[in-house]
Design a protein around this ligand. Structure first.
Ligand SMILES: NC(=O)c1ccc[n+]([C@@H]2O[C@H](COP(=O)([O-])OP(=O)(O)OC[C@H]3O[C@@H](n4cnc5c(N)ncnc54)[C@H](OP(=O)(O)O)[C@@H]3O)[C@@H](O)[C@H]2O)c1
Length: 261
């Protein structure tokens, strides 16, 4: 199936690593023009070097700062002159800990990166999306939205809010023919898991590679397909939803999780 994404203008947040990076490379591989952001300039430079095609725009942005989001928006429009597809991918757990371990400030930080960054981007890019011939918004949520876990209650609650908002936004934007969906991955081996394994290895004195393998085995054992996901496992669903093949699909959440055992 040709997804026919050539020439589409796509914005992906959190493009420096993991799922966002895999998405940026995949959209670029399909001939789309990709704008992306993350805080680390190095990761974005290496992404630019790896991406197929030309005319991409990767810029360091801290999405918890509204003024940086505004500047990024202005720069993307200056470069691209419009936008067709917005993928709100950036999101973070920030801290593992039960309810009593999460401070007010940590709840607030989780709110800013996991929900408000997407809210602000949608608001800013609305005029551009209204002008697009094939507009689509895809929010990367999580299975934690519907299946919360006590080790990151703040993150689970914010992802539930993101999934919930996706549905009301789809209602609001239906008149403009802007499709809005969310994709909820299960456990995908990315830098955040790697950082967690590294911290555990350091604290316990165990070998990092063994700890990482243990994490992967444990997360995979709870899934029907008996393995953790890779960033590339999530790409197909997002690209399909971004394409005109999904032209009658809006206001839905799509779980990509290796099967719930
Ligand atoms: N991996 C999983 O198991 C899993 C499962 C379910 C859902 N998800 C969701 O999938 C999405 C991608 O996750 P991932 O695991 O691929 O993440 P990741 O590998 O940790 O990458 C996150 C990306 O977001 C960027 N980012 C983080 N904070 C930012 C900020 N304040 N401003 C701008 N960029 C920021 C990071 O770059 P910098 O650090 O350089 O800013 C990085 O490029 C997230 O929304 C996550 O919640 C992941």
């Amino acid at each position: 199936m040709d997804l026919d994404l050539k020439g589409r203008k796509v914005l992906i947040t959190g493009a420096g690593d993991g799922i966002g990076r895999a998405l940026a490379l995949a959209f670029a591989g399909q001939g789309a023009h990709v704008a992306g952001c993350a805080r680390s300039e190095n990761r974005l430079s290496s992404l630019l070097a790896e991406a197929d095609g030309s005319g991409h725009f990767f810029h360091p942005v801290d999405l918890t700062r509204p003024e940086e989001i505004q500047t990024f928006h202005d720069e993307v429009l200056q470069r691209f002159g419009g936008l067709d597809i917005l993928v709100n991918n950036a999101g973070r757990i920030l801290k593992m800990g039960d309810f009593f371990a999460i401070s007010d400030e940590e709840w607030q930080q989780s709110f800013e990166i996991n929900l408000m960054a997407a809210v602000r981007l949608v608001r800013l890019f609305m005029p551009s999306l209204r002008h697009s011939g094939s507009p689509s918004i895809i929010n990367i949520s999580s299975i934690a939205a519907g299946r919360p876990t006590e080790v990151f209650p703040h993150y689970s609650a914010m992802k539930a809010a993101l999934s919930n908002w996706t549905l009301s936004l789809a209602q609001t934007l239906a008149a403009d023919k802007i499709r809005v969906n969310s994709v909820s991955p299960g456990p995908v081996w990315t830098r955040s898991w790697e950082d967690e394994a590294r911290a555990f290895a350091k604290a316990s004195g165990e070998d990092f590679a063994r700890v990482a393998e243990g994490f992967r085995d444990q997360a995979g054992s709870g899934l029907l397909l008996k393995r953790m996901g890779t960033p590339e496992d999530v790409v197909g669903m997002v690209m399909f939803l971004a394409s005109d093949h999904a032209g009658w699909i809006t206001g839905n959440d799509f779980v990509v999780d290796g099967g719930r055992a």
